[in-house]
Design a binder for this molecule. Structure first.
Ligand SMILES: [Fe+2]
Length: 305
């Protein structure tokens, strides 16, 4: 079919819309996507069986609650980050700690404490101890007391509490309120990388694309404070072989802090800590709210649905 014939089909479809009814924005988006889909079907000669196979896949992906993973895996979530970066840059908001994807595994309501938190509700056997600490700063380098640093990461099996019922709820999820000097600190362990559920819908898609569905080890953060733009970010665990091969494209050079390791003796002598540990220093540099820029507090459904 010619483009003009496809346009005529779209015209026939949209002519059934009742003016003034429904949402103009939804009409605009759906009609554009439909047109682009029809063009793609024509250009790539997509066959009916391929369409119905895709419909099955879409259905199964929803049933398995994997759309959050697919959004990460096809680079959609990263693309949204890049567009937000661009919009901020146009508004003169540059520098600071870069954002990166939230992913689908945040849950609100983590236990809250001031200055310091221990992330393990139950001790993780065989893990490498981690202390991570730093300050929340505004763009002028001023410490931000009372900021909320929400942190979440997976266990050594690559699983997140709430989504993994074998862990206590909120294991490895905490909210730390920065102290009077804008400082936070937490005790946990170095998490591991993980993969999309093997054989699942995201995995099937990525395999068909000749890709893998694995992420390097990372720790997620939301940082919020009154008058500052919410920061959604992660840090990567230095040395992970997949750092630059993340299926979700979340790695950014500024988000790979150096890990300093202390032996048992050093830990005891220098810090009075009774075990060897890895230490990460990381400051979160935030931006003030500005007029006329999008809100970084993105509304989306979170947790188990
Ligand atoms: Fe994650």
């Amino acid at each position: 079919m010619e483009r003009s014939q496809i346009d005529a089909v779209i015209e026939k479809i949209t002519s059934t819309e009742h003016p003034g009814e429904g949402s103009e924005r939804v009409k605009e988006i759906v009609n554009r996507l439909t047109r682009d889909l029809f063009y793609a079907i024509e250009d790539l000669d997509i066959q009916p069986e391929e369409i119905w196979k895709a419909v099955d896949w879409l259905t199964n992906t929803g049933k398995a609650n994997e759309w959050g993973l697919v959004a990460a895996g096809i680079g959609l979530e990263h693309f949204l980050d890049l567009r937000m970066d661009e919009a901020e840059a146009k508004a003169g908001i540059t520098g600071g700690t870069p954002r990166t994807i939230e992913g689908p595994l945040y849950v609100a309501g983590s236990p809250e404490s001031v200055g310091y938190a221990e992330l393990e509700t139950v001790p993780e056997e065989g893990a490498e101890r981690l202390y991570m600490q730093g300050q929340v700063l505004d763009e002028d380098g001023k410490p931000v007391p009372g900021a909320k640093v929400e942190v979440w990461h997976c266990n050594l099996r690559g699983m997140y509490s709430i989504f993994d019922s074998s862990q206590p709820p909120y294991n490895l999820r905490r909210a730390i309120i920065t102290d009077e000097n804008g400082r936070y600190r937490f005790k946990s362990f170095l998490p591991v990388g993980y993969s999309c559920p093997p054989g699942g819908n995201t995995d099937q898609l990525l395999k068909a694309l000749g890709r893998h569905g694995s992420r390097p080890a990372h720790i997620h953060f939301f940082v919020t404070a009154p008058g500052l733009r919410k920061l959604t970010t992660q840090i990567n665990i230095e040395g992970d072989p997949l750092i630059w091969d993340d299926f979700a494209f979340a790695t950014r050079p500024e988000l790979v802090p150096h890990i300093t390791r202390y032996t048992r003796e050093e830990a005891k002598e220098q810090f009075g800590i009774e075990e060897p540990f890895a230490s990460i220093d990381f400051d979160f540099e935030m931006h003030h709210e500005a007029e006329g820029v999008f809100d970084t507090d993105i509304e989306r459904t979170r947790g188990l649905r």
